[in-house]
Design a protein around this ligand. Structure first.
Ligand code: GDP
Length: 295
């Protein structure tokens, strides 16, 4: 994960390792390299610039007080700033409803259906919940089939209605079924399109308004870099979602989405997807991710 970024940051921070003290010159040199590494990882230009300015300021400010070697001090500052940028403390999922309704949003192919299954499995196994999955993609019969396959794999029932082409009605019927059958969590998988368009936004917005979910999650493919951030912004403008799910972090992703998304939409990344299997889900901890990035 983020091998290229880790390597470049390591190189950048290495500059200070041989130095006995932090000076304006060697800090400027280091932060320039850090910025370059972030830009190469597809971090937004403004975020990278502000990030390195904060690092520079802290390095020069803390230098006098710190008992750490310059190299160690710089690693610590970069780690702390990366953690803060990615979101501070981890936040859970709101499960206060009865049932708790979780609405999934995102583009087609982002990993919504897979993640719906992973989350249902996670809540069933780790939180002793009794979830119901609901298939609201009325355009692609294959998407409904896929959710049924996922449900069977994890032993979670799936509600779908192939004769109905109104996703709002399906979502409501799914919630009613959950209530009637004693499911305490309902996960609603919705249709996505290949790019943000008005019809999709209106549809997800209508579902959102009609069911008023406890938790609205935006699922995004981390491999899409800057586009991930732009898509997040478009969905957040319409849904004011509660959290982000970053998928496909097991692939050859550069890291830009993970680093930038929180500060652009000001919503926490809650989970990450790290593979196609139902078990490939992790709670997102910014400090652990920063540790991983810095190796
Ligand atoms: P949807 O259209 O948003 O519902 O996306 P899908 O759930 O169908 O996922 C699209 C593709 O990405 C499928 O082939 C999934 O197996 C794959 N996928 C989903 N999440 C992950 C992940 O975390 N890692 C990897 N490697 N593949 C994933």
């Amino acid at each position: 994960m983020f091998d290229n970024l880790s390597e470049k940051l390591d190189k950048a921070l290495h500059v200070l390792k041989g130095h006995g003290q932090i000076t304006e010159i060697n800090v400027a040199e280091t932060t320039k390299e850090v910025r370059r590494a972030l830009l190469d990882a597809d971090v937004n230009f403004k975020i990278a610039k502000e990030f390195t300015n904060r690092v520079k300021e802290k390095a020069l400010g803390q230098n006098v007080l710190s008992s750490l070697q310059p190299g160690q001090l710089m690693v610590k500052i970069v780690k702390d700033e990366l953690t803060a940028l990615m979101g501070g403390d981890s936040e859970g999922i709101n499960l206060s409803g009865n049932p708790s309704v979780i609405l999934m949003s995102g583009l087609q192919g982002s990993g919504k259906t897979t993640f719906s299954g992973k989350l249902a499995n996670f809540l069933k196994k780790k939180k002793s919940k009794n979830p119901l999955l609901v298939a609201c993609d009325v355009y692609r019969p294959a998407a409904i089939d896929q959710l049924h396959v996922v449900g069977e794999q994890i032993g979670v029932p799936v509600y779908s209605d192939r004769d109905n082409n109104d996703p709002v009605a399906i979502a409501k019927a799914g919630i009613a079924k959950a209530k009637a059958e004693g499911h305490n969590v309902v996960i609603i998988d919705t249709a996505g399109r290949l790019a943000v368009d008005e019809k999709m936004m209106n549809e997800i917005s209508d579902i959102h308004k009609a069911i008023n979910p406890q938790e609205t999650l935006f699922v995004v493919d981390s491999m899409t870099g800057q586009d991930a951030v732009n898509t997040a912004k478009a969905f957040n403008d319409v849904l004011n979602f509660d959290g982000v799910i970053l998928t496909k972090l097991d692939g050859d992703t550069r890291g830009g989405a993970a680093i930038s998304i929180k500060s652009v939409v000001n919503k926490p990344i809650k989970f990450i997807g790290t593979g196609e299997k139902m078990e490939a889900i992790d709670i997102f901890y910014p400090s652990r991710m920063a540790d991983r990035i810095l190796g």
